[in-house]
Design a protein around this ligand. Structure first.
Ligand SMILES: C[S@@+](CC[C@H](N)C(=O)[O-])C[C@H]1O[C@@H](n2cnc3c(N)ncnc32)[C@H](O)[C@@H]1O
Length: 271
């Protein structure tokens, strides 16, 4: 294993500046890159066939087999492998729960699948203008947990490749196909869906636990603020509600999505 000769100590280093710039959404969009932090998330990236463009570790932290394996993976992938001082890593890593290793990857975006080729047991989740990266990350993680096929972000949504969202996915961002689309393109595509298109709405009359969902299922969730738009609700073959007993208006979006996914995917899940 060949490591970088001297730790980088300057925040003016070009590679360090380029990684810091990825905190800005516009830079992630321009470059198509994003940052993921922490050895276990990087192992998930490796397991899912991602290759780092740059891999950074804190000087003195590569001691065990797992971090050494990650550095070797970076070198074999032809990545820039940078040893940095604690101070520099402190500026690159997140402030809460900072990690000693992070890497830069190329984003992957999938296309909307051809409805004719979608498998019978597949469940896709579509999210209208999801705004909270913590919610989006939690949903991507849940999509992974239940073995759903992928997540579709519609319209003016937050960025799945933001630091906060990537962290909330706990690595599932590397495993779950992600599609980004406009509302118009989604509506055209959803017309050709062969199973149920299930919208979730507070005004719906059907209890989500009492429905036989026709597979393949496309689950459509509304935005945190306004909920499901009329246009998307009209595209659904049915709308359902998750009953509540307390005085609140609604559930958190990620919680509602998890309840729906466990209901729809339940028969496929075993201990
Ligand atoms: C925080 S809620 C939005 C609440 C919004 N004020 C509304 O009127 O729909 C975000 C999304 O989670 C889902 N959701 C939350 N609670 C729900 C419930 N009890 N039944 C069905 N869907 C729910 C819906 O998709 C909703 O659009």
């Amino acid at each position: 294993m060949t490591l970088a000769p001297k730790p980088i100590t300057s925040l003016q280093n070009e590679s360090v500046k380029a990684i810091r710039a990825l905190e800005m959404r516009k830079v992630r969009k321009q470059t198509g890159l994003f940052v993921a932090e922490g050895a276990s998330i990087l192992i998930t990236a490796r397991d899912n066939g991602f290759r780092p463009e740059t891999l950074v570790y804190r000087a003195g932290s590569v001691t065990g087999a797992a971090p050494r394996g990650l550095v070797d993976w970076g070198l074999q992938a032809g990545a820039k492998v940078l040893e940095v001082s604690e101070a520099v890593l402190g500026k690159l890593a997140s402030k809460d729960n900072p990690q000693s290793m992070l890497a830069v990857f190329r984003q992957r975006w999938a296309e909307l699948p051809d409805p004719k080729t979608v498998g019978g047991a597949e469940v896709w989740v579509a999210l209208e203008e999801v705004r909270d990266p913590g919610n989006l990350g939690t949903i991507i993680r849940t999509v992974d947990a239940v073995g759903a096929a992928g997540a579709i972000v519609i319209g003016a949504a937050c960025d799945p490749y933001s630091r906060e969202c990537v962290r909330a996915t706990m690595g599932s961002v590397f495993a779950v196909p992600l599609v980004k689309t406009t509302r118009e393109a989604f509506l055209d595509w959803a017309e050709r869906w062969t199973g149920d298109v299930v919208g979730t709405q507070l005004e719906a009359r059907e209890d989500f636990r009492k429905v036989a969902y026709k597979a393949p299922t496309l689950l459509v969730m509304g935005s945190e603020g306004p909920g499901l738009s009329e246009a998307l609700a009209a595209a659904c073959t049915r709308t359902v509600k998750i009953p509540m007993a307390g005085g609140l208006d609604s559930l958190n979006l990620a919680v509602a999505t998890a309840l729906m996914l466990y209901q729809i995917r339940g028969p496929h899940l075993t201990l």
